[in-house]
Design a protein around this ligand. Structure first.
Ligand SMILES: [Zn+2]
Length: 512
């Protein structure tokens, strides 16, 4: 493959335009010295998970900026918001201390409390009624509490509002308890015509605050595997240093949860030990878009954009979501910058922040009109897994431009053919609500957001559902050859579109 490319480069390099030579150079570098996985390795394995509010995200922003600058790009660092309190995650581990002991498989939201070193304690089932609570209140200090409600991925809601709801449910249940006691008395005296007991109302950890105040070590909920540890804006955005969470919030592999619950019911004597290094630091912590700029020579105020998001979900290392999009976009930037590309239009490499918090970075970019929206030819978003860019489907009015620009893509790898198709069916209305990923606010504002058709041509059985927002979002799940190829595709297409003598037509893009 490599030899062929080099030979082709030599035999065709006479009489080529400057543009063709640059494209050749991009492809040559992209096939012989592709560094997409170097970027991905640094993001996932050196920096690690990059949740909004973590020092890791701040470090990642600085690193992207430094990389862009080292390739000779201008960089725009754009603050998109702040969060009150920062939180960092160190390693976490746990085990069951007993003759049948085991290592524990669990996750914990990084904006919840850590332990104070290794913390061992007995295990109790949570109380449901005031009477149960009063019976066990003397045992709560330092205990791990098994909670009845299964994990939904979120931290246990510790906001004042949630505690008010709990108080309401408890008050109702006390009334139900009182009525049930009467029913019991009645039933005792009228055994031939018994009445049914009333059902208690349910709440997630009804005695949450009372147990925290009593000094429990933490709460343990049963969780499906792969573990999913979610963001929860009300609980992590409104933290203050004066009201930090005190009890751990553990999402335990459901198979282990079952075993432990069984042991508690048998009244076995054993302890659980956890070492969780979640730490808080004083904010406000700002988060930023980092945008690499390759300035256009002829139409510097017209733009072609590509991007992915730098922030990630909790628990994994954000390798796939979206270290993938970030690495591919960065490598496209490097390939263009190091190939001496002098595009006519300005190319922006957009590394967005706070996508997982509600597309906050790209929303800010669009709504603050960082660049005039009618001067953007297209925004290419990459956030759909480490797949291979193999085509585009475009409105009729863009078709000839894309065919021309994408021509060189078919000479790269015969097993990764690239096709340009005309979009079938009538144009759809512009989206009115944001969702999905960072293309959303562009699309809502009428900017073309054609993205590459991403596929798994070699059959690696890639399944995004397994990885998405779970503990499996790690480096090992990346597919290097797809990502490397996609970086070359992105670079060539960005360059081609930036060199057209017009912006892409918006005719037929959306229903008027
Ligand atoms: Zn994503």
């Amino acid at each position: 493959m490599y030899m062929l490319t080099v030979l082709a480069a030599i035999s065709f390099s006479f009489g080529l335009s400057a543009q063709d030579k640059t494209v050749r150079k991009i492809i040559e570098t992209g096939t012989t010295d592709n560094r997409t996985m170097v970027h991905a390795d640094h993001l996932a394995n050196v920096i690690g998970g990059r949740i909004v509010g973590s020092a890791a995200l701040t470090e990642a922003e600085a690193w992207v900026k430094e990389q862009f600058e080292s390739w000779g790009l201008e960089v725009l660092v754009q603050e998109a918001g702040t969060i009150n309190v920062g939180f960092n995650r160190g390693p976490w581990s746990g085990r069951m201390l007993s003759e049948d002991g085991m290592m524990l498989h669990f996750g914990t939201p990084s904006y919840t409390a850590g332990t104070h070193g290794k913390q061992a304690g007995p295990v109790l089932l949570e109380p449901k009624t005031r009477r149960e609570f009063d019976r066990m209140k003397g045992l709560l200090k330092g205990a791990w509490i098994l909670v009845d409600t299964e994990s939904n991925g979120m931290a246990i809601d510790a906001t004042a509002k949630a505690n008010e709801e709990r108080a309401k449910v408890l008050a109702k249940n006390e009334e139900i308890d009182r009525q049930n006691n009467e029913i019991r008395r009645w039933n005792y005296e009228h055994r031939d015509e018994p009445k049914e007991l009333l059902e208690y109302e349910k709440a997630t950890v009804p005695f949450y605050q009372e147990m925290v105040d009593a000094g429990v070590a933490g709460f343990i909920r049963s969780a499906k595997v792969p573990l999913q540890v979610m963001y929860d804006r009300p609980n992590c955005y409104n933290l203050t240093m004066e009201t930090l969470p005190k009890a751990c919030d553990i999402l335990l592999d459901e198979a282990q949860f079952k075993i432990i619950r069984e042991k508690v019911l048998r009244k076995d004597i054993f302890q659980l030990e956890f070492d969780i290094r979640n730490h808080f630091y004083r904010g406000p912590v700002p988060y930023h878009n980092v945008i690499g700029i390759l300035r256009g020579s002829k139409y510097p105020k017209e733009y072609v954009l590509a991007g992915g998001h730098l922030d990630s979900y909790d628990c994994g290392t954000g390798a796939v979501d979206d270290g993938n999009g970030t690495s591919v976009t960065m490598e496209a930037a490097r390939l263009l910058a190091t190939s001496g590309a002098k595009p006519k239009r300005t190319i922006l490499f957009c590394i967005w922040t706070a996508e997982e918090f509600g597309l906050l970075g790209s929303k800010h970019f669009v709504e603050s009109k960082t660049v005039p929206l009618d001067k953007i030819s297209n925004y290419f978003n990459r956030d759909g897994g480490p797949l291979c860019a193999m085509g585009v489907s475009v409105p009729e009015a863009m078709y000839d431009d894309f065919v021309e620009v994408c021509k060189p893509l078919n000479g790269i790898r015969s097993d990764f053919p690239f096709t340009v198709e005309k979009r079938q069916g009538p144009p759809q209305p512009r989206p009115t609500r944001a969702g999905g990923s960072d293309h959303a606010y562009f699309a809502m504002n009428g900017v073309p957001t054609i993205s590459f058709r991403e596929q798994d041509p070699l059959g690696y059985n890639f399944e995004y559902r397994e990885i998405w927002h779970t503990e499996r979002d790690i480096y090992n799940k990346l597919i290097p050859e797809y990502m490397e190829h996609s970086a070359v595709v992105t670079a060539v297409v960005l360059y081609g579109l930036a060199n057209l003598d017009h912006l892409l037509s918006r005719e037929g893009l959306y229903k008027e």
